[in-house]
Design a protein around this ligand. Structure first.
Ligand SMILES: [Zn+2]
Length: 353
């Protein structure tokens, strides 16, 4: 399946003869209510209106109606995870794996593909090749979510499991609710969009990740170059991941991941100030300031030191943010269906006891 963008149309090519298009204007690439609805609705009506396409999809892509009737009355827990190679994509895969044998995956970049190879437990891997997108659109949340929606729709998959944590920026949380709402309002698709990590925080996700050795060579949250599979070791995201892994791994093992001790890197002063929330501009991003303080508090208590936290040591000790309470906490406002809550709890028990 190939997806490309030209002349304001997004086209899915299934074979040389068969393809389907729907209108897609670059000014629409924003998670606004009416736009999400419009595109989602266009995908579905394009599919419904061309029976020949649906017929040719049979075999290659399961007929959705048939798939629905097979599962009548049986709770379907097929979940699609969009894997782009982020640390939390691996956590989402592992959480779903523990109790859910129906995990489909979607990848469209090298890091994502490597992660899927390492996972090696998907019911089905669906690879999407896309061309014609501008670089900044490649990681756009709306674009990737629409791709996930289309893929779930074509494959009769009921759930799309995103990998935002409760510590993520509010933008993600808002998007999760609105995108899910619009799937249900604007399409006839029986598809539910939610984050499988929505009721845990970034520290808990890091703890789970720290035990998944197979992904250590193939994850990348780096804000500078997410797609190459190489972490720069010079950005805020790299520093954040490093700090949040310190409570769970030997520091020398983390150094192996980043090829150096990031907490000694003099070029990251601006980044540590931002993560600690001591700059005028409040930090928003994956993980909260509280989690960073808790991880560093634990780091100091374990007898470690770092150039970047010199000058903050007394504040960190005094604040004494508790890692234990963060590891026990849950966000009860998440959109997660009940079916999946046990999977998360089981994984947390497995890792933290
Ligand atoms: Zn980086």
């Amino acid at each position: 399946m190939e997806l490309f963008y030209e002349s304001n149309k997004l086209t899915v090519r299934i074979s040389d003869e068969k393809s389907l298009s729907f209108p897609y204007d670059e000014k629409l690439v924003r998670p606004k209510d009416e736009i999400v609805g419009e595109i989602a609705s266009a995908i579905c009506s394009a599919l419904e209106s061309d029976e020949s396409i649906l017929t040719t999809l049979d075999g290659l892509i399961k007929n959705r109606e048939e798939k629905n009737s097979i599962h009548d009355g049986v709770p379907r827990r097929d979940a699609l995870v969009y894997v782009s190679g982020k640390k939390n994509d691996a956590v989402a895969l592992e959480v779903l794996k523990s109790s859910n044998p129906y995990t489909a995956c979607l990848s469209d970049c090298e890091t994502g593909k490597k992660m899927l190879n390492a996972y090696n437990g998907a019911k089905k891997n669906i690879e999407i090749v896309r061309t014609g997108f501008k670089e900044e659109e490649r990681d756009d949340l709306l674009v990737s979510s629409l791709l996930a929606l289309m893929t779930a729709y074509l494959n009769g998959i009921r759930y799309i499991a995103a990998s935002f944590t409760s510590g993520d920026d509010d933008t993600f949380r808002t998007f999760e609710g609105e995108f899910g709402r619009y799937i249900s309002i604007m399409t006839d698709a029986d598809i539910f969009y939610f984050s499988i990590l929505g009721n845990i925080n970034e520290l808990q996700a890091s703890g789970i990740f720290s035990e998944q050795y197979k992904y250590f060579s193939c994850f990348n949250d780096c804000e500078k170059d997410m797609r190459s599979g190489k972490m720069c070791g010079h950005c805020k995201e790299c520093l954040l991941d490093y700090i949040l892994l310190t409570p769970f791994m030997m520091e020398m093992d983390i150094i192996l991941l980043y090829t150096k001790k990031l907490l000694d890197d003099v070029t990251l002063v601006k980044e540590i100030r931002s993560l600690l929330g001591v700059d005028n501009k409040p930090y928003t991003g994956p993980g909260s300031v509280k989690e960073v303080w808790a991880a560093l508090s634990f780091y100091l208590k374990s007898g470690n030191q770092g150039y970047l936290i010199k000058g903050f040591e007394n504040n960190i000790r005094e604040k004494n943010e508790s890692i234990t309470s963060l590891l026990l906490s849950r966000n009860n406002d998440s959109y997660m269906p009940k079916d999946f809550q046990n999977a998360v709890e089981n994984k947390l028990r497995e890792v933290f006891g």
